[in-house]
Design a protein around this ligand. Structure first.
Ligand SMILES: [Zn+2]
Length: 244
């Protein structure tokens, strides 16, 4: 039964071509383990993140799909899944809180990234909170910040369906904000950016117009997946320190 239930959402993703076959198998397997060995509530948190990622991909047709291949899946949910494995081994509830917190970070980044850019107002520099030009390093829209908090609160509410604890609720909500801010700042500071040699467009993709672009910013080994993985690790470690 659980095998079948955990099959539905990833299979839908495969059907609408938002994920490829290996991603489908990975999400099914990870989802099955969470559903079967924890419960339906933590699974609900996982598919909420997936659902928003699918919606975001549909709205941003120009962007690469968030969870297209196995590298996207691993960089996004591996840290959350490690928290699940640690919980199953140590039977310590704090790892469950960290699981939700890392998912909050991912969802907040998805929400801020796909809907925050719709903001008409000028973004602010996240280090100084002064107004900044759109697209400059470290710039984040206020709408993006609100959406990050909303992402955290959504996951914290799902967590509360099973056990309510105000301290954990606040920690998970703020982890959304932290994950999203980490993603934007790492994206601005160290992520590799290319310029297409054909159409001159600045892009995160190595290949554009079937040509290899030239690096104009960042480190060549830090792509978008590395940024996602790093910010997940930061959320994991910060929560671990808070909960010790
Ligand atoms: Zn191009």
């Amino acid at each position: 039964m659980v095998i079948f239930l955990s099959f539905i959402i990833p299979f839908y993703g495969l059907l609408i071509k938002k994920i490829n076959f290996i991603s489908f198998i990975l999400i099914w397997l990870i989802g099955f383990i969470i559903f079967n060995y924890l419960s339906i509530i933590p699974y609900l948190a996982l598919i909420t993140v997936l659902g928003f990622a699918f919606i975001s991909d549909m709205l941003n047709k120009s962007k690469k799909d968030l969870l297209r291949d196995y590298k996207d899946i691993l960089s996004n949910v591996s840290v959350s899944f490690i928290a699940v494995l640690l919980y199953l081994y140590f039977k310590d509830n704090r790892f469950i809180v960290i699981y939700y917190a890392t998912l909050a970070g991912i969802l907040s980044d998805v929400l801020a990234g796909s809907f925050g850019t719709l903001s008409k107002g000028k973004p602010v520099n996240m280090f100084t909170f002064k107004k900044a030009e759109k697209g400059t390093s470290g710039a984040i829209s206020l709408l993006g910040l609100y959406l990050s908090l909303v992402g955290g609160v959504i996951i914290a509410l799902i967590f509360s369906l099973e056990h309510f604890n105000l301290k954990y609720f606040i920690l998970i909500s703020l982890s959304g904000l932290l994950g999203s801010i980490m993603d934007s700042s790492l994206g601005a500071l160290v992520e590799v950016k290319y310029k297409c040699t054909v159409c001159n467009q600045e892009t995160e993709e190595k290949y554009h117009c079937n040509q290899k672009g030239t690096i104009i910013k960042g480190y060549y080994f830090i792509n978008n997946n590395a940024v996602n993985l790093l910010s997940n690790i930061i959320v994991f470690l910060v929560c671990l320190l808070v909960l010790i």
